[in-house]
Write a protein that binds this ligand. Structure first.
Ligand code: NI
Length: 193
């Protein structure tokens, strides 16, 4: 296993549409996944998409940190997804803070679907699906966006809610005043996806 270099905002690989994985049993795919797990642990993040480690394939790993579990059913262990797909379950949207390992030190408030259904294949080619709400749904949408070449700042509708984590953390109440942010600010302790 090895710790991989993380591509940062501005690197073209982050804006490429990643290709589908056709051969789930490919040892190359297994190696990429174990390197992604080691890299995510090393940086202390909560999610990582293959394009972030310079591999333009539809692979995502993530978990929901304990601090963000609102309900027992939201408990999500490290999940390895190949060829994931997302479908919103309704039109409900919420806005909350996000950060990204490819955009160090910054954060922004992003609108996402509140309720989704998502599916994926594991490394044995087995199909899974889950429903998700709130933070869990947000992480999955953030990570899967990476597979379509989208980073969270591309989705920020109010750029006054974008900036350095350090500044925003010190001024969070002022920034959120009069604005709808469904955050309880726990994101600030677990910022990187
Ligand atoms: Ni990210």
């Amino acid at each position: 296993m090895s710790i991989l270099k993380i591509a940062r905002l501005g690197h073209p690989i982050l804006q490429k549409i990643a290709s589908q994985v056709d051969d789930y049993g490919d040892p190359e795919i297994k190696k990429i996944i174990s390197d992604m797990i080691e890299t995510l642990e090393d940086v202390g993040g909560i999610g990582l998409a293959a394009p972030q480690v310079h591999v333009s394939k539809r692979i995502v790993i993530f978990f929901v940190p304990e601090s963000r579990i609102e309900d027992e059913k939201d408990q999500v262990e490290l999940t390895i997804m190949i060829n994931p797909e997302i479908r919103p379950l309704n039109d409900k949207i919420n806005r909350d803070w996000e950060a990204c390992l490819s955009i160090p030190n910054l954060m922004g408030a992003v609108e996402r679907y509140s309720h989704i259904k998502y599916s994926w294949f594991d490394a044995n080619g087995k199909y899974f699906e889950r429903e998700a709400s709130g933070y869990h749904a947000r992480v999955v949408q953030h990570e899967c966006d990476h597979l379509d070449g989208k980073l969270y700042p591309f989705r920020i509708t109010d750029l006054s809610m974008f900036g350095f984590q350090e500044e925003i953390n010190s001024n969070i109440e002022l920034l959120e005043r009069g604005r709808i942010v469904s955050s309880d600010n726990k994101m600030l302790r677990n910022p990187n996806a």
